[in-house]
Structures are given as structure tokens and as C-alpha cells.
Ligand binder design. Sequence first.
Ligand code: GDP
Length: 311
Amino acid sequence: MNSIRENLRNIAIIAHVDHGKTTLVDVMLRQSGIFRENEQVQERVMDSNDLERERGITILAKNTAVCYKDTKINIVDTPGHADFGGEVERILKMVDGVLLLVDAFDGPMPQTRFVLRKALQLNLKPIVVINKIDRPEARPMEVIDEVLELFIELGADDEQLEFPVVYASARDGYANLELNDGGTNLEPLFETILKNVPAPKGSSDEPLQLLVSSIDYDEYVGRIAIGRVERGTIKVGQQAVTCRIDGSLFNMRISRLYMFEGLRRAEANEATFGDIVAVSGVGDITIGETICDVDCPEALPFIEIDEPTIN
Ligand code: GDP
């Protein structure tokens, strides 16, 4: 029987470097109440990777989850650079909505184009977040026109062109639906996400299907597969089968299951359709393979890795 996960949303944030993605996720985390009073935010999470710092671009996809009221919002990070075309597509397949974050002075920049195009092709309806409205030289209205032009140029359909707009200062921790609303927190942004990003729909009784979108390693549990449960339910201890890219099947047992909670991975006993999970006990599984019910090995379409495209 199909049902809707009303209390879950899966989103990605698309932004040109320096437009404020890290700052925004930081403040979403703080305002989601995940950090207790005396717990310090050690470092900004989304750019904790050394390589990333070195190159100034986001390389690894990292996941975060925030809570707003009773709803969990999974935020998956997308690489903003065209060199990671295939990866962008895989990441965007996990989500039902995207925030397009644009600097209120700089306007849309080349790095946002590529990812936005992918998002539009995947039929996602972006929410446009005009960030840094506190900047004295900010020109938000012109920037919205530029964003609209970009949508048109990239072939957005009518629904996509009616994008909701949120004005924000990630630095100061507020968002507004109107430019000069005098907001004090991110509530308008959270509300816009809940209203515009569809909750996952599906069935928990059907045979499991989980598409592996990224791979991670942990020194204790080894290889970890990260992906969205597309169908059914996954449980710790469950016998499952991987549909491999070469067409073969690999039997295994789900040894551990994690879901995202703030900046951490929290162990869980079970997860269902719509959840983004990390799974161990998966052998040498790779990206694009499908973890399935042992009696129903049906692979999800393999996501092709594009050649790097610069545009
Ligand atoms: P990222 O590369 O998209 O992750 O961008 P960061 O979050 O690292 O932000 C880049 C720079 O912009 C940093 O110096 C931030 O402090 C600054 N910044 C981020 N959000 C705002 C904002 O709302 N207003 C202002 N004035 N600066 C901001």
C-alpha cells in the first residue's frame, strides 16, 4: 500500500563557491536544535575535507540532517563543479527538491549553471534562496531577474519557472519571504521547504530497493554504501542481494544501518522508502549498484558517469 512520509524531506543545495552554502547549512543545523547548549560546533562541517580546502571546490558529497518542527530534512551536498557531472546526477537522484543559493550581489555564476541544468533535467523544482541580503551593495531584485533568465536559458518548464524565492542572510541567521520583512530566524526558509518539496511517497511492504549513490569507509566497519531506500524497508540482520553492474548477484547480510542526524551518523534498526541511509556489510559494492530483497533482485537503472563537461 502506498503512503507518504509526511515528516521527511530530502534536499540538495546548489551554490557557486563562496555564495554561502556552508554558512547556511551551519545555521540550519544550529536552528534545528541539534546542538545542545554546551556542545560546541567544532568546525564547519561541509568543508572539512582538506582536499576541498586546497582546491576551493566541494569534492565529497556529505550528508546532514536537520529537524524543523516534526520534520526531518536530509541535506545532501552537491559538488558545484562540472568536473563531477556523474556524481552530481547521482546525488540529485536522492532528493526531491533543491535550494539554489545565489549571492545577492554576485548573481548566478558559472558553477551553478551546470548543476542547475541537471536539476531541471531531473524535473526538480528549485527553491531560489537569495543569500547575503545584508551586504550593503546587494542587488537582490536584479539577481532574481538574472536567475529567471538562467532558468529560461536552461529550458525550465512552466512549473519550474514559478520558483519560490526566499531572501536570506545565512551569516546573520535569518530568512524572509519579502525583502524587508525583518526576519529573525530561518523559519520562512524551513516553511518554504516543507511546502514546496514533496515528501517521499512509496510502500514499505514492497521488496527492498536501495540505489547506492556514494561510498564511504569507516575504520571499524569498513566499506559503507550510502543511498536512498527507493522501495520497501531495510533492516539490520536482513539477508539481501546486490544487483551488480556486471549483471551478477551478490548475497550479503546487512550488518549495520545508519541514518543522518545532525552531523553524525546514528545507528538505526530499520529504515524505509525515502530514507537516506548508510549501510555496512556490503562487500565490495560500488556506486550505481542496487541492494535488493533477497527474493526480488531487480536492479534500478544504472546511473551513467558523464565525461567531464565544462560550460
Ligand atoms: P560556500 O563556499 O558556498 O560554502 O560559502 P561559505 O559559506 O564558506 O561563505 C563564503 C563567505 O561568504 C564567507 O566569508 C562567509 O562568511 C560569507 N557569507 C556567507 N553567508 C553570508 C551572508 O549571508 N552575508 C554575508 N555578508 N556574508 C556571508
